[in-house]
Design a protein around this ligand. Sequence first.
Ligand code: PEP
Ligand code: MN
Length: 477
Amino acid sequence: MNGEHEEPHGSQNGEVHQDWRPSSWKTKPIKQPVVYEDPNVAGKALAQLQRLPPLVTPYEIWKLRRSLRDVALGKAFLLQGGDCAELFDYCHDNAIDSKIKLLLQMSLVLIWGGNKPVVRIARMAGQYAKPRSSPMETVDGKQIPSFRGDILNGYPPDQRTIDPNRLVQAYFHSAATLNYVRAQISSGIADLHNPLEWELGHVRDQGMQTKYTRIVDSITESLRFMRTIGADTAGQLHTVDLYTSHEGLLLAYEEALTRKLKHPPNRDSSISGVPEGSHVRTGEGYYNTSAHFLWIGDRTRQPDHAHIEYFRGIENPIGIKVGPTTSVQDLTQLLDIVNPRKEVGKVTLITRYGEGKVDELLPQHIAAVRESGHVVVWQCDPMHGNTRSTTSGVKTRSFASIFSELSSALRIHQQCDSFLGGVHLELTGDAVTECTGGSQGLQDEDLGARYETFCDPRLNEKQAMELAFLVAGSQRG
Ligand code: PEP
Ligand code: MN
């Protein structure tokens, strides 16, 4: 593979990051800065975080990196989804169960559609920090600080002061969420020996209903066949991998959970978590142990700023949001900075242009990346470029616009001799009414029924499943 190097940035393999430290971001200008009123209290919280054990391990991080390498090479598909702003309150069994089940069910449909394995990453167990377009907002005629996510302040208007004690609370809520995810997965929540519930009764359009039913029948029949012939020698039908992710926005938190750790040993190649090939991985590297995958938001990806500085030093697979304001020069410069060795699949480019802009912008970004020699995962986030306000001022997104950007991305990649590697969605397993459209036919007027998001509007369970059906349908042709 051209320009591919699997060696880590470990001491025995030559330091490529001699001038990098988990704290070197502090020497750079920063967007979305956070100022703690009492630095002593914040310092104590950060010191406590530094002592707490990692939430994820280098072994798991490399297992995901291997899978994302497959995605970048067209051998697998990536499904990433969850809340826009995860609240500490969502650390609750029902909310977690419904999200795991939804991601699993969507991934089955996508496996059917693309005929390849699906890598699942939840926006969960740490998605607590939000970038905001304005530091202040008006509530009941009063100017108050904007809600910046549970790791910084609270949504109720009287809790908008930045509170450093939330740093440690974020860690423990991440840990509890992740523990429950791991426990449920090892207890068989994703066990395909059990029949899945596919509720399609809400689909009003008869043609759609027939189409989706056919897909479900096909999946159910395949699973039945596999069980019958005993095609589960490795127990693969019993369990799945589900990785965690969040936006790496609050760098003080990310720094505190960044650890210099031994690279995983190069074991038998049948262990899929081990980096491929004969490279002996020795030495140590810096791992962000708060999540398997972290991404850089659209507002914080300036090449000479703090967030890029932090991200260039960690071993985790990372995402970069790419939008209408990303120049071709910035894009390739960013890739060179965060991935100087051009490791395949190390970087996921999460494109979020909006349905009206994707045709103009995506082809030039694909061409520039190809020219640069980087091999990335191309992931479409059809949510963030398609936010609109209803006439009564409710923030929403239309299902049709979301699907339009996604199908344009699929088509454009094909036309450019590239391929779409994955999707990035804001969704919830609950029956909320935050996005319009979809097979239930939600209108602007219906949004009040269960509008529960504290940040961006999410697809509900039925809309999310429908999107999976539509993508699978278009992949199959
Ligand atoms: C998000 O993913 O919730 C987000 C803020 O996206 P973006 O950085 O692309 O605006
Ligand atoms: Mn969002």
